[in-house]
Design a protein around this ligand. Structure first.
Ligand code: BGC
Length: 377
């Protein structure tokens, strides 16, 4: 790494050469210190790669440019054993079987839009609906199911930039939306995700990442013994199709109170189906702040979540039913993994009182989230 600092020009050339040179099937090349690139196949006539980002501690994050998916996040547990704290597959075919957004980038709109409809500046838009009557996570072919252009940055820490142009009318959304997502793995075991976007027509935008965590690294353990703290005094209740009612409700005295760390399983039975709600974070501005902490005593791992976003969708893997099989051959059953999706609130385009998700031409969408792994020995 240090050597690279003395050779910026040489390393930049190396990066450009390796990014442009074809990688043969399953061949792995080192793009720069801390990053390898493996040929992972093809989708929609575009090459798919798997990038491995490794920091100086040996923590390793794998990301594919298909859906911008984080396929694994390998860290040490308290016994010194390595395992992935997110579920996923080791081949592209696993993802082409359409698992429910495992590790993926979500867009153009994270979570649901009621009836797949909204009105902007007097024009009514109809989206592709893919969740009963509602539009979920961008529609039938959201950002999780497209191939992104990938570039490895010549930085001091491993970093991968993904670009995608979502065309005007895609899944019903207005405007050409240029999206850039940068994944960085720091030496402090932080996976940092930066989202940027620009549009040429006014459109709703709500980007997030849909990683499913199980800090034990083993889906034979449920996440019900994990402890969670969410810095939120309020949440948004939902109707039977999981669309917010528009109400902002206090968590006090309800199973939704995670203001002090508590076991996820403690009151989950009082929430029909399990947790799948948006928490209204206490943070008052769009600076990057700690919004949640997930911890597991079995592995000694914790994940601190920092975000610029106003909301957190906490989802306890309620619809996971064993259909999909994790990389270690074990079935991914209900409540064996959970998501902490930092984002704006669901259905905001139809709820004027929620923070706005509307991006206009000339404006810049910017959002950041950090998942920091901490080991408590
Ligand atoms: C949603 C769930 C959905 C899951 C997977 C979550 O973000 O809130 O309702 O089932 O994603 O699709």
């Amino acid at each position: 790494m240090k050597l690279m600092n003395f050779l910026p020009v040489v390393s930049l050339i190396a990066v450009i050469v390796s990014c442009n040179s074809p990688v043969k099937d399953e061949e792995t090349v080192t793009v720069k210190a801390g990053i390898t690139k493996t040929d992972w196949g093809e989708f929609d006539s575009s090459k798919v790669y798997l990038y491995t980002l490794t920091n100086t501690k040996g923590t390793e994050v794998k990301i594919t440019n298909y859906g911008g998916i984080v396929t694994s996040f390998v860290t040490d547990d308290k016994a010194g054993n390595k395992s992935s704290i997110v579920i996923g597959f080791d081949s592209l075919s696993g993802y082409l079987a359409k698992p429910p957004y495992f590790g993926a980038l979500i867009g153009r709109y994270g979570n649901r839009i009621s009836d797949g409809k909204f009105t902007l500046d007097g024009t009514a838009y109809t989206l592709a609906t893919n969740n009963g009557k509602n539009a979920l996570h961008g529609g039938l072919k959201g950002f999780d199911k497209v191939v992104w252009t990938s570039t490895v940055m010549n930085d001091t820490v491993p970093s991968l930039t993904l670009n995608y142009l979502s065309k005007d009318g895609e899944e019903g959304y207005p405007g050409n939306l240029k999206v850039t997502v940068v994944y960085t793995l720091t030496d402090d075991d932080e996976l940092k995700i930066e989202y940027n976007a620009e549009t040429d027509k006014t459109t709703p935008v709500n980007l997030t990442n849909h990683s499913y965590f199980n800090l034990t690294g083993d889906v034979s353990n449920t996440i019900l013994n994990h402890k969670l703290m969410i810095d939120a005094d309020n949440y948004t209740p939902v109707d039977t199709t999981l669309i917010p009612t528009g109400e902002i409700k206090s968590v006090k005295g309800t199973p939704f109170d995670f203001t002090a760390a508590k076991a996820i399983g403690k009151e989950i039975d009082s929430v029909k189906g399990g947790y799948d709600h948006n928490w209204v974070l206490n943070k008052k501005d769009n600076s990057l702040q700690k919004v949640a902490v997930l911890s597991d005593s079995l592995s000694g791992r914790s994940v601190e979540v920092y975000s610029t976003e106003p909301g957190l969708q906490f989802y306890t893997g309620n619809f996971l039913d064993g259909t999909f099989i994790n990389r270690d051959g074990k079935h991914i059953n209900q409540h064996t993994a959970l998501c902490m999706e930092t984002q704006h609130f669901p259905d905001s385009p139809n709820e004027p009182s929620f923070p706005s998700t509307i991006l206009k031409p000339g404006e810049k969408y910017h959002s950041e989230t950090v998942y920091k792994v901490v080991l408590n020995k």
